[in-house]
Write a protein that binds this ligand. Structure first.
Ligand code: ACO
Length: 311
């Protein structure tokens, strides 16, 4: 019966076993995973837009090649994640429909504009830095396909993080104009990067269930603290400042303590009213419409091959 199955499911998780696609799982576990993995997939795909916008304007061939590879990686991450979600019984079409109709969420962070080239380095350092903290945690998650996708994705994100950090530090040590551009980008991306890791634990309705079933192995605030502890001292070390007058190092706990986060801004962005929400969705809808002929051609080709195989 249900209680016995649930007990066995929870015992498996407690033993550190992975839950695999054909295994019994509570409907709520399935629902939570579909929600999270599909949102994550959408984030990767929408995340290609702010950076993709700078490919034609990269300042050197080397930087252009790195950026093209990075944006292509994000498309690959979207692919693994849509596949991981499909193992739970949801179709790619259903997920895309939810994104394009505006029903599905994707990460708040990609609703901010990339105003200068320094934003590209800053996204690598801060946004991918935050993503790595979150995803290293998710690589331990109890659902096999998601955890394995995270291992591969984290390895690639590490390159993204390094190139961003190298770029911002280079500009921070460059001409006054370069330094100002790097500082301006850090000022604009710092708070959105903190928000990206989700609301405080006290305002995070999904965390208790996700932690109970080993999907999250750390809470939003724990991951945010890890992110700040690594990045705040490194940014200051690079000779840049952070736009938080309340930021301080706490000797007693060994943590960098941040000032209050503007959650009104976060919820405005999550609910569709961020600076770039409309543009991002429009760009996705346009890409989907313009790619219709590719999907049709693939379907026609597959059908013809099947016919030939039968004959
Ligand atoms: N952007 C948009 N929505 C968010 C964000 C965010 N940064 N953070 C939280 N939310 C939403 C949640 O999806 C949830 O809404 P829902 O129940 O309608 O889905 C609501 O706010 C409340 O938040 P939580 O209960 O804290 O949500 P959750 O426990 O799922 O934690 C988190 C949020 C940490 C983002 C989690 O979903 C997660 O780890 N997701 C996978 C990683 C991911 O999506 N990364 C995307 C960016 S990384 C990248 O693409 C480079």
């Amino acid at each position: 019966d249900y209680e016995a199955r649930l007990a066995e499911f929870e015992a498996r998780i407690a033993r550190g076993e992975k839950i695999e696609p054909g295994d019994w799982m509570p409907e709520e576990y399935r629902r939570q995973l579909v929600r999270m993995i599909s949102q994550h997939a959408h984030s990767e795909v929408v995340g290609m837009l702010p950076e993709g916008a700078w490919i034609t304007r990269a300042p050197s061939l080397k930087r252009k090649m790195i950026l093209i590879a990075k944006v292509q990686d994000e498309a690959g991450h979207g692919q693994y994640l849509y596949h991981a979600a499909e193992t739970l019984g949801v179709t790619r079409e259903e997920m895309l429909e939810a994104l394009l109709s505006g029903k599905a969420k994707y990460s708040s962070i990609f609703n901010y504009p990339t105003l200068t080239w320094a934003d590209i380095g800053t996204i690598g350092w801060l946004v991918d830095g935050a993503a790595i903290k979150n995803q290293t945690m998710l690589a331990q998650c109890s659902y096999g396909p998601y955890s394995r996708a995270m291992v591969r994705i984290c390895a690639e994100e590490t390159f993204h993080h390094k190139q961003g950090k190298e770029m911002v530090i280079t500009y921070a040590k460059g001409t006054p104009k370069q330094r100002a551009m790097a500082q301006d980008a850090i000022n604009r991306w710092w708070w959105p990067a903190l928000m990206m890791l989700g609301p405080h634990d006290s305002d995070s309705p999904n965390t208790p269930t996700l932690v109970k079933w080993g999907v999250k192995t750390k809470t939003n605030d724990e991951v945010r603290q890890e992110f700040i502890n690594e990045h705040a001292p490194e940014i200051l070390e690079a000779g840049l400042t952070l736009p938080d007058p309340g930021l301080r190092y706490d000797e007693a706990t060994g943590n960098w303590v941040h000032g209050p986060i503007n959650w009104d801004e976060f919820w405005a962005v999550v609910n569709g009213n961020g600076p770039m929400n409309k543009e991002r969705l429009e760009a996705r809808r346009r890409a989907h419409a313009e790619g219709a002929w590719v999907r049709e051609a693939l379907a026609a080709y597959a059908a013809r091959r099947q016919q030939t195989a039968v004959a």
